[in-house]
Design a protein around this ligand. Structure first.
Ligand code: ATR
Length: 283
C-alpha cells in the first residue's frame, strides 16, 4: 500500500521503486526555498501495480512530480497529454498537474546534455557517442541528442535485439543521425566505433552495486586518447575507474541528476532554477 501520509503538506514528490535513496527532495526543496516557495517536495514509494492509485492522488492533491524507475514509461496511459519530446521517446520523468489532469514531459535528455557540456565542453551538435546499454536510462537521452543534431549514436547492449528496437525508433524519428548497434562482446566492432567517438556513456545498470562486474571489456577504453567517459550512475563504478586509470576525462551522473531536476523545477514554476543552490544541496 502507498503511504500517502508521508506527503502531508507536499505539492510535489518523486516516486519510484525503490525510492528511499533518492536525493531529489533535498535538491528540489533547496531550489523551491531559494525561490521563496517553501519546501513542498516529498518522496513516495510507489510499487508498479499501484501507479494508477498514485495518478489518482496526483490529479487531486499535487502540482507536479518526478518519476524514476520503473515508472517512466508505465505512466503513459494515465496522461491527458504530453510534450512532443516525451511522446517521441515514450519516457516521462516530469509530471505537471493542470486542471486536475496529468501532463507528461521529459528532462532527462536536457539534464544529460547539460552535464556533459559542463564536464567536457561537448555539445550534442555533431556529437559521436557510444552508449553501453539500451534500456530506459539510455532512451530519453539518445532521442534528445539526435533531436539536437548528434552525428552518430552507437547502441551497444547485452541483448542486441533491444538495441535494434531502440535504433529503429531513433532512425525513423531522426533519419539524419547515423545509428549503429553492437553487442557488448563485439570487441572489434566496439573498438571501431570507439575510435571514431567523442563520448562513451555507461548506461547499463552494472555498477549500481559494489560487487557488479564491468559491463564490457574496459581495456577497450585505453585505445582512444581523449575519449570523454560519462557514467549515468552517481557513484564510482568500474567504468569510471577504468577511464581514470587510462587517463581519460570522466564524470559520474550527479550533474545529470542536478540538471534534469533544475529543468523540472523550471517547468513547474516558470522561474529560472537556482542551479548552484541545488548543486550545493546535492553534496
Ligand atoms: P533501466 O530502465 O534502469 O535502464 P532496463 O531498461 O532494464 O533498466 O535497462 C538496464 C540496462 O542495463 C540494459 O541495457 C541491460 O541490458 P539488457 O537490455 O541486455 O537487459 C543492461 N544490463 C543489465 N544487467 C546487465 C549485465 N549483467 N550485463 C550487461 N548489461 C546489463
Amino acid at each position: 500500500m502507498i503511504d500517502f501520509s508521508v506527503l502531508k503538506d507536499c505539492r510535489y514528490t518523486v516516486i519510484g521503486d525503490p525510492i528511499a535513496h533518492s536525493r531529489s527532495p533535498q535538491m528540489q526543496n533547496a531550489g523551491f526555498a531559494a525561490l521563496g516557495l517553501g519546501t513542498p517536495y516529498g518522496r513516495l514509494h510507489v510499487p508498479v501495480e499501484e501507479l494508477p492509485l498514485f495518478a489518482e492522488y496526483a490529479r487531486k492533491h499535487l502540482d507536479g512530480a518526478n518519476l524514476t524507475v520503473p515508472h517512466k514509461n508505465r505512466i503513459l496511459p494515465e496522461l491527458a497529454d504530453m510534450s512532443p519530446e516525451a511522446r517521441l521517446c515514450g519516457s516521462v520523468n516530469t509530471l505537471l498537474v493542470r486542471d486536475g489532469k496529468l501532463y507528461g514531459d521529459t528532462t532527462d535528455g536536457y539534464g544529460f546534455a547539460k552535464a556533459v557540456e559542463e564536464a567536457f565542453g561537448l555539445v550534442p551538435e555533431n556529437l559521436r557517442a557510444v552508449f553501453f546499454g539500451a534500456g530506459g536510462a539510455a532512451r530519453a537521452v539518445v532521442f534528445y541528442l539526435a533531436a539536437h543534431g548528434a552525428k552518430s549514436i552507437t547502441l551497444a547492449n547485452r541483448t542486441v535485439e533491444k538495441a535494434e528496437l531502440l535504433a529503429q525508433d531513433l532512425r525513423s524519428a531522426y533519419p539524419e543521425t547515423e545509428v549503429h548497434c553492437a553487442g557488448l562482446q563485439d570487441t572489434h566492432l566496439l573498438a571501431e566505433f570507439l575510435d571514431g567517438a567523442d563520448l562513451a556513456v555507461q548506461a547499463t545498470s552494472m555498477g549500481l552495486h559494489k560487487e557488479d562486474a564491468p559491463p564490457f571489456d574496459l581495456t577497450l577504453l585505453e585505445r582512444r586518447k581523449g575519449l570523454c567517459c560519462f557514467d549515468m550512475i552517481y557513484h564510482s563504478t568500474p567504468f569510471l575507474r577504468a577511464a581514470e586509470s587510462a587517463g581519460l576525462p570522466n564524470r559520474g551522473g550527479n550533474g545529470m541528476l542536478l540538471h534534469q531536476g533544475a529543468r523540472s523545477l523550471e517547468l513547474w514554476t516558470g522561474k529560472t532554477a537556482p542551479v548552484e543552490i541545488m548543486r550545493e544541496a546535492l553534496k
